[in-house]
Design a protein around this ligand. Structure first.
Ligand SMILES: Nc1ncnc2c1ncn2[C@@H]1O[C@H](COP(=O)(O)OP(=O)(O)O)[C@@H](O)[C@H]1O
Ligand SMILES: CC(=O)N[C@@H](CCC(=O)OP(=O)(O)O)C(=O)O
Length: 261
């Protein structure tokens, strides 16, 4: 990782359930920003929050191949959970930890162009490229963008985009380095042991064998695509070990799983 290459960190939504882990992570980010002085962008999910909000509204939700089936009547609640509550909780953490930040969604400034992925999934979006202008000017102004995975189609429909796909797409738009932080130490093999280096061939085998499943399969597929487009590995690790994260961000240590093609 070179000094001025932007770094995109994708945060999995389970982090939002723990104030202690949130505080530890933002303390680390503050240190990173002050010491390493590298442009930083956060992209976040919030799957757990979406589950809770839908349940509270008496709505049931299903997933297909790790993606949430999103009937158009659910998109308002999901937008509220992701672009509203999750985004603003993270912004609040940034403020209280002294990190100047701006909360955005994929539609702001044309950051990501989004279209419907598959009519069977309803209001689920896929990203077809984007425009780094807004994020670049925020980074130049010393702000850390915090981006939710809600997108808007060219004809104004709100879309629920998987946050791993949003993270990889934004890393591609910025030609950034990418670290994906989840609730596990990295990608685990059939014996639940951490895999340090994961290549495409092994990833495909582990997905076929049902060892990498659900949200992790979506993450690995998105990461594999990003490693090809970016020409560099993507790291998947835990938000539970911010000290390790700092070493990784400083280019000092191995961390979680490195995915390469
Ligand atoms: N081989 C695997 N290694 C690690 N986690 C896996 C694996 N296969 C499935 N998972 C599941 O994937 C989850 C992480 O994916 P996801 O819930 O989408 O995370 P996030 O919200 O952080 O993006 C883990 O908590 C775990 O339950
Ligand atoms: C289409 C789709 O699956 N959207 C995801 C968006 C949030 C997300 O990806 O959150 P995590 O990073 O916490 O998994 C969802 O509705 O759960």
């Amino acid at each position: 990782m070179t000094q001025h290459t932007p770094l995109v960190i994708k945060l999995g939504g389970a982090l939002l359930e723990s104030n202690q882990d949130l505080a530890a992570l933002f303390t680390t980010l503050n240190t990173f920003i002050n010491e390493v002085k590298r442009p930083l962008v956060l992209v976040h999910g919030g799957g757990v929050l979406v589950d809770n909000q839908l349940k509270a509204m008496g709505l049931t939700s299903t997933k297909k191949d790790g993606l949430r089936v999103t009937p158009p009547e659910h998109i308002g609640v999901i937008t509220g959970a992701l672009a509203g509550t999750a985004n603003k909780l993270l912004l609040a953490q940034a403020i209280t930890h002294g990190v100047s930040s701006v909360g955005l969604c994929l539609g702001d400034g044309g950051l990501c162009r989004v279209s419907q992925l598959d009519p069977e999934l309803g209001s689920v979006g896929q990203i077809e490229g984007g425009d780094a202008t807004l994020i670049s000017s925020l980074l130049s102004g010393g702000f850390m963008p915090i981006v939710s995975s809600i997108g808007i189609t060219f004809d104004g429909q709100l879309m629920n985009v998987n946050a791993d796909q949003a993270g990889t797409a934004i890393a591609e738009v910025l030609n950034a380095d990418l670290v994906m932080l989840s609730d596990v130490s990295g990608i685990l093999d059939g014996e639940r042991a951490l895999i340090n280096e994961l290549t495409e061939d092994r990833a495909l085998t582990l997905m076929e064998q049902g060892v990498i499943t659900d949200g992790m399969a979506v993450k690995v597929k998105a990461a594999l695509q990003a490693t090809k487009k970016l020409g560099k590995p993507v790291a998947v690790g835990s938000w539970r070990n911010p000290e390790q994260l700092l070493s990784l961000l400083a280019g000092e240590s191995e961390f979680g799983t490195r995915i390469s093609h």
